[in-house]
Design a protein around this ligand. Structure first.
Ligand SMILES: NC(=O)c1ccc[n+]([C@@H]2O[C@H](COP(=O)([O-])OP(=O)(O)OC[C@H]3O[C@@H](n4cnc5c(N)ncnc54)[C@H](O)[C@@H]3O)[C@@H](O)[C@H]2O)c1
Length: 332
């Protein structure tokens, strides 16, 4: 069975492709806008810009040529700040791409789709401080990026109603670490890479607010290891073949949060750098705590996270140097 992976040359996609290739065939579709062909070794790669008008025909041809049975749609633009500056482009890239993909799948008779969604679909949920975030909470995304992800979920629902698409969306929380050092996260957008960049540049990372209603006063987020996340994609493929599919979307996190201070402390342990961050004012729109309720994915897909925060940070550090050309050792 050949699985088509869009965005397979990116950070998360390359991990999914490596796991898929260990058990069967995969073909990658990517425009290499943020991904790189080196990340997928000898896996077949077809360069297509999914947002381009000709993408529907190109994708349909790829599905026929490779005998594609299911699609894992990971490709997207993912920068929240950039999406606020260039909203129309984000809708074009993320929603436009989904439209082309769904038209190609319908036309090629491919009816299984796993979609990379995001916790950004939730926005700033109004929940009591110590509550985990379930999939049933109302989605009120606050960024154009988060809105594009929610719209893509709606498009899948509509395709299911119209022509029987079998789909599931994984709402990723904060993805971290690397499964192999050469597959580290090349983007510097999340706390761990931001802190690694600061430290390897001889600077200190910044803590935005230590007066939140959390045990140490810093914000708590849910970090999930990219390899655990990649495994969830394979489990979702199995789910799509099932007769009973009670749910459309699944949180992917650990259900256990880590505070900014705890992550920075672990970064000090993993790297050997002295971490002594300055604390500045809170950023607007940062909730105190966002941690996934993962009961649904555990009970329905049988998936559970296996990796600890220490393993995420250790592997992120191992992946940092090869990508950023830094020596992966602390200064003496
Ligand atoms: N990294 C995270 O913490 C996180 C959290 C939540 C959701 N996500 C989602 O996971 C997915 C992958 O994220 P990532 O961190 O691996 O990002 P990434 O930028 O490393 O990977 C995205 C891949 O998609 C490709 N791509 C982008 N636009 C394309 C287009 N128009 N046509 C074809 N290919 C295109 C890029 O070249 C890249 O290879 C995205 O959908 C993102 O929204 C990521």
């Amino acid at each position: 069975m050949t699985i088509l992976v869009t965005g397979g040359a990116g950070y998360i996609g390359a991990h999914v492709v490596r796991l898929l290739r260990a058990r069967g065939d995969a073909v990658v579709v990517d425009d290499l806008s943020t991904g790189s062909a080196e990340r997928i070794a000898d896996a077949p790669l077809v360069e297509i810009d999914l947002a381009a008008e000709e993408a529907t025909a190109q994708l349909t041809a790829v599905m026929h040529e490779y005998g594609v049975e299911a699609v894992i749609h990971i490709a997207a633009k993912k920068q929240v700040g950039e999406s606020a500056e260039r909203p129309a482009w984000y809708y074009d890239q993320n929603v436009g791409a989904m439209a082309h993909l769904l038209m190609a799948m319908e036309s090629a008779g491919v009816d299984k789709l796993m979609f990379s969604s995001s916790a950004a679909t939730y926005g700033l949920p109004d929940l009591p401080a110590d509550t985990l975030l379930p999939e049933t909470v109302e989605c009120k995304p606050i960024s154009p990026y988060g809105k594009t992800k929610l719209i893509c979920e709606w498009m899948c629902q509509d395709a299911e109603a119209a022509w029987g698409l079998r789909w599931a969306g994984l709402r990723y929380f904060n993805v971290a670490g690397s499964g192999w050092p050469e597959l580290g996260d090349p983007a510097v957008l999340n706390l761990i890479p931001i802190a690694l960049r600061a430290l390897t540049n001889g600077e200190q990372p910044t803590v935005f607010g230590d007066d939140y209603d959390t045990p140490d006063g810093t914000c708590i987020r849910d970090y999930v290891h990219v390899l655990d996340l990649a495994q969830a994609h394979l489990d979702t493929l199995n789910y799509l073949s099932r007769g009973d599919r009670p749910h459309e979307v699944f949180n992917v996190g650990t259900g256990v949060g880590a505070s900014v201070s705890e992550v920075l402390e672990q970064i000090g342990v993993s790297t050997g750098y002295v971490v002594d961050p300055p604390v500045v004012a809170r950023r607007a729109g940062d909730p105190a705590k966002l941690v996934a309720d993962v009961q649904r994915i555990q009970q329905t897909l049988g998936w559970s996270p296996t990796q600890t925060l220490a393993e995420m940070v250790d592997s992120a550090w191992a992946g940092w140097a090869p990508i950023h050309g830094e020596p992966a050792v602390a200064p003496s």
